[in-house]
Design a protein around this ligand. Sequence first.
Ligand code: PGA
Length: 248
Amino acid sequence: MKTIIAANWKMYKTRAEAAETGRDLASRLQSLKTDRMVLVFAPFTAIAAAADELRPFAAVGAQDVYPALEGAFTGEISPAMIKDCGAEWVLTGHSERRHILHESSDFVGQKTAFALKEGLSVMLCIGETLAEREAGQLERVLSSQLEPALRDLPKDILADRFAIAYEPVWAIGTGKVASESDIAEAHGMIRNLLSKFLGSVAGSIPLLYGGSVKPANAPAILKLDNVNGLLVGGASLKAESFSQIVTA
Ligand code: PGA
């Protein structure tokens, strides 16, 4: 399975800033010649600018999607619009959308299924809060976030165009990276839950870790069992630190 190193630019970068970082990153990737898959999740308005600069060294994704072809959904963006801007991927269920914008696991599940059916590749984000972890609810939370997204999905699509990012909410943007044993435990749990829901295809779904990943901690995290990549927020905003993580 190819290792995936993904950047989440969140609500940062105008078109000009995205083009500048994209250009810088593309030139670094060109000389690195990595065999890892590099992905950049850009804000909607900067997708086209980022994709123009990054192609063919990195793929670009959107950070959210609405589960309908088109219609009276003010402020929302469809899969066709995302593809039209040059993105092939989309993030669903990022913890900032679950917790700040109150998206339910059912709604995230609908977005995941719809985007896959419309031809996008999807990275589904899951993860527990500190309160849930301390209450011993890690497995219940991961299962309840996975199940609605995996229900009724064709298995061949999942094997091909689907990834999961495990991001403990308490480790995102806080500088508190989860310990290696916490990450290995959660990733093992997710792999088992995937086997329970999907059978043998579970083994071919990449599992990424996210939450305060930096050039210094990336190499150790990538060596852990069932870690097939990284989703990077803060340290992805500059091409220099992100390209160090790409080669970690
Ligand atoms: P962080 O964000 O690397 O800044 O913690 C990760 C994410 O939210 O995807």
